[in-house]
Design a protein. Structure first.
Length: 173
């Protein structure tokens, strides 16, 4: 499986976060509207990420629920027919929930900086994904994540230890 080092944090100042991400980025921001359908699985998380053109990515990942920078193992399967694959998986596994978000994607070297607005959640969020080479341990990626956290002004109290689907599940009814 592929691996990266990840963190997720609450964004306290959206304008400052966008400005800093733009300064760190190797190119222009990419705006992406995503719909992630999560399925019931006994291990890890499985989601179908649907894009506006009907294509999608089936993503399986394992990541500990911790606020510290940590390794995430993942595998991605790309499809041109996200709806049909979602339908098949929903019938066989059941749907846990759906996460809809507007994502501002910045690339800074091997790191993906995501600034997200998630439907149903108050506030904005930031994710860092430092992609590791196949032969690389987590130390270099963790150091890079910590450096970028400092440059983006992310404080330890801003870090969160859950996926968006978990945060949505925890909302009061």
């Amino acid at each position: 499986m592929n691996s990266n080092i990840e963190i997720k944090a609450v964004v306290r100042n959206w304008d400052r976060a966008i400005k800093r991400a733009r300064e760190l980025s190797d190119g222009p921001v990419e705006l992406i509207e995503q719909e992630d359908t999560f399925f019931n699985v006994s291990k890890g998380r499985l989601k179908m990420r649907k894009f506006f053109d009907g294509s999608g990515e089936l993503i399986y990942y394992e990541r500990p629920d911790t606020s510290d920078p940590c390794a995430s193992l993942y595998n991605i399967f790309r499809t041109q027919d996200a709806d049909e694959l979602t339908k098949t998986l929903a019938m066989s596994l059941g749907v846990r929930g759906v996460v809809k978000k507007k994502r501002h994607l910045f690339l800074a070297g091997r790191t993906r900086i995501h600034l997200d607005e998630v439907e149903g959640l108050v506030g904005s969020y930031l994710e860092l994904e430092v992609v590791l080479r196949e032969d690389e341990g987590p130390e270099g990626g963790t150091a890079e994540a910590q450096r970028l956290m400092a440059e983006l002004g992310i404080k330890p109290e801003d870090l969160i230890d859950k996926a968006y689907i978990d945060l949505l599940d925890e909302r009061p009814l």
